[in-house]
Write a protein that binds this ligand. Structure first.
Ligand SMILES: Nc1nc2c(ncn2[C@@H]2O[C@H](COP(=O)(O)OP(=O)(O)OP(=O)(O)O)[C@@H](O)[C@H]2O)c(=O)[nH]1
Ligand SMILES: C=C(OP(=O)(O)O)C(=O)O
Length: 262
């Protein structure tokens, strides 16, 4: 393991489905609003990690309202201004950058400070979306590692992600299991390593079997918000017990339905 001082920063990758299709297992009248709120809280917690550790965040989504809300959120976070070459991510303004290259369907990428919102390419599901984001990350920051996260971590605390990225190995892959122990909440690929995402049912085992170092034992109880992904109303109640981020809290407060007891 390298110390945070000697490791280059990470690019954190966050995928988000179009909101009308997202969180189909969440039996709640405000499903779409919750999917967006959880994504905003997840992204805010990631951006709250210092730029020496999280140099850049790429959210992959085609959802227009999510793209807008994420860009607005990122305006509250100044770009890194470090003069060190490893963290020279200083793009202080909201710009649309054309990263399209012939033969590379990157689509439009909007950058606001440390956040990039990328189009969902090639529109064939979660793992291809992650692979697309990882390819973009490698082109923009060739010497940095990549870390894949989900957008449904509304109780994530920045210090938990910082801790996880600090113990992630400086070579190869690492995986962290979700609270249940079967899914993946974090997959890291060290600088120069392809991400090779295997998200989906039983992904923790798939990632481990593919050679990823298991961080679950090392981190165990230190990162409860990072491990608490929310798919169901019961998961939401567990996340609420840990402490939800402000956007998710706002949606639940606004909902008069008795099912919002979560
Ligand atoms: N960009 C993108 N993100 C995806 C895609 N499929 C899933 N995701 C995101 O990946 C993360 C985990 O996804 P899932 O648990 O499969 O989907 P979900 O919408 O969260 O929940 P379910 O509909 O209940 O499966 C969430 O952040 C999703 O929004 C996809 O095809 N493209
Ligand atoms: C896609 C995954 O998560 P979930 O279906 O639990 O959201 C996963 O853990 O690989």
């Amino acid at each position: 393991m390298q110390s945070a001082e000697t490791m280059p920063p990470w690019v954190v990758l966050v995928p988000l489905k179009p909101l009308q299709a997202a969180k189909s297992r969440l039996d709640h009248p405000d499903r779409g609003a919750l999917a967006l709120a959880m994504a905003l809280d997840t992204t805010a917690a990631i951006l709250d990690v210092d730029a020496e550790v999280v140099g850049s965040v790429i959210v992959v989504t085609d959802d227009p309202s999510a793209r807008e809300a994420l860009a607005d959120l990122a305006k509250a976070y100044p770009a890194a201004t470090s003069t060190s070459t490893s963290t020279s991510v200083a793009v202080a303004v909201d710009v649309d950058v054309d990263l399209h290259r012939p033969g590379r369907p990157d689509g439009s990428v909007r950058r606001v400070g440390r956040l990039l919102v990328a189009a969902d390419e090639p529109r064939s599901g979660l793992n291809p979306a992650f692979a697309h984001a990882a390819a973009l990350a490698r082109r923009l920051h060739p010497g940095w590692g990549t870390a894949a996260l989900s957008a449904d971590l509304p109780a994530l605390r920045p210090q938990e992600l910082r801790r996880a990225l600090t113990v992630a190995p400086s070579t190869g892959h690492a995986v962290l299991a979700d609270a249940v122990g079967t899914g993946t909440v974090l997959l890291s690929a060290a600088p120069g390593t392809e991400l090779r995402p295997r998200f989906g049912s039983g992904s923790f085992r798939a990632h481990r079997d593919a050679g990823a170092t298991d961080l679950t034992g090392i981190l165990r109880d230190q990162v409860p918000g990072l491990r608490r992904d929310v798919d169901t109303v019961s998961d939401l109640a567990d996340a609420r017990a840990l402490g939800l981020g402000p956007a998710t809290r706002r949606v639940l407060k606004a909902d008069p339905s008795p099912r919002s007891a979560a």
